[in-house]
Design a protein around this ligand. Structure first.
Ligand code: SF4
Ligand code: SF4
Length: 153
């Protein structure tokens, strides 16, 4: 479900460019408006949709997945601290969800270079880089051998 931009709403602020994990939201050099340069590579993560202050980005469903008449709309309202989802199915059925916006201020998450460089023992550790600190927990849950079930023998 690649994204597309309503050019008349976009003001070229670049938030979608900054947040896109696939690096496919770019600013057109002539029109100074955002566009999706490679729709096939869209993760459908909706990050740009939620980040856009102008509500200028929408997502187009692939015909085999969501044919004819469906829609998914997302509205981020900072004043209310909410993100609202409206999902409309082909048969007219609607589902609405409201979630809180996480309170982490924009740009406040530590970047990888802000963490200490791991030493060589990290190579034998099952934790991913910067875990558990980056998850804001003291340690990951572990299973003891007697908690494991035997598989098919
Ligand atoms: Fe990028 Fe995600 Fe937006 Fe797709 S939905 S353009 S991957 S931010
Ligand atoms: Fe345009 Fe919205 Fe992207 Fe800003 S975040 S450049 S307004 S589409």
């Amino acid at each position: 479900m690649p994204t597309f931009v309503y050019m008349t709403r976009c003001d070229g602020c670049g938030h979608c460019v900054d947040i896109c994990p696939s690096d496919i939201m770019h600013i057109d050099k002539t029109y100074r408006r955002a566009y999706n340069i490679e729709p096939n590579m869209c993760w459908e993560c909706y990050s740009c949709v939620k980040a856009c202050p102008q509500n200028a980005i929408d997502v187009r469903g692939y015909a085999d997945f969501a044919p004819l008449g469906h829609s998914v709309r997302v509205l981020r309202e900072e004043g209310k601290n909410t993100i609202s989802w409206k999902v409309k199915f082909r048969n007219g059925h609607e589902k609405n969800f409201v979630s809180p916006i996480r309170t982490t201020p924009w740009g406040s998450i530590k970047a990888p270079e802000d963490y200490d460089i791991p030493d060589e023992t990290a190579l034998k550790n099952q934790e991913l880089a910067h875990e558990p600190e980056s998850l804001n927990i003291d340690g990951l849950p572990t299973l003891k051998p007697d908690q494991l079930k035997l598989g098919v023998v």
